[in-house]
Design a protein around this ligand. Structure first.
Ligand SMILES: [Zn+2]
Length: 118
């Protein structure tokens, strides 16, 4: 999988990406955080057994994306508002997350109107 052409913040809650094959999708940042692939979030392997650590508690800022940093040519590392930065998403993972969590135009409109000051 090649990197997306662009990854852009639509607003405080939504991230959009565009890919060379014409795929274009926007997702909630919380969906990206939810899919964090790091050992902590997915449950660590201890003595060959998978121990699920992830009873996910809400931490302030956990769904606020501070930065996305490109790692080599294979993916991006996300840094979140609660300081969590161990998740590295390969392009394949990222594409899959956007594919599975893509917001509809109606969803996007309602999120936009919620976030806009009235
Ligand atoms: Zn994680």
């Amino acid at each position: 999988m090649v990197p997306p052409i662009s990854i852009t913040r639509r607003n405080a809650a939504v991230l959009c990406s565009e890919w060379a094959d014409g795929f274009l999708a926007c997702i909630l940042l919380s969906a990206l955080r939810e899919a964090c692939p790091c050992a902590y979030c997915t449950g660590e392997q201890i003595m060959g057994q998978s121990v699920f650590v992830g009873i996910k508690t809400y931490a302030p800022g956990m769904n606020e994306l501070v930065s996305l940093t490109t790692i080599g040519n294979y993916g991006v590392q996300a840094t979140w508002g609660d300081g969590h930065d161990t998740g590295i998403y390969t392009w394949d993972m990222l594409r899959k997350i956007f594919d599975e969590n893509a917001l509809s135009q109606a969803d996007l409109r309602s999120i936009d109107s919620e976030l806009e000051p009235k």
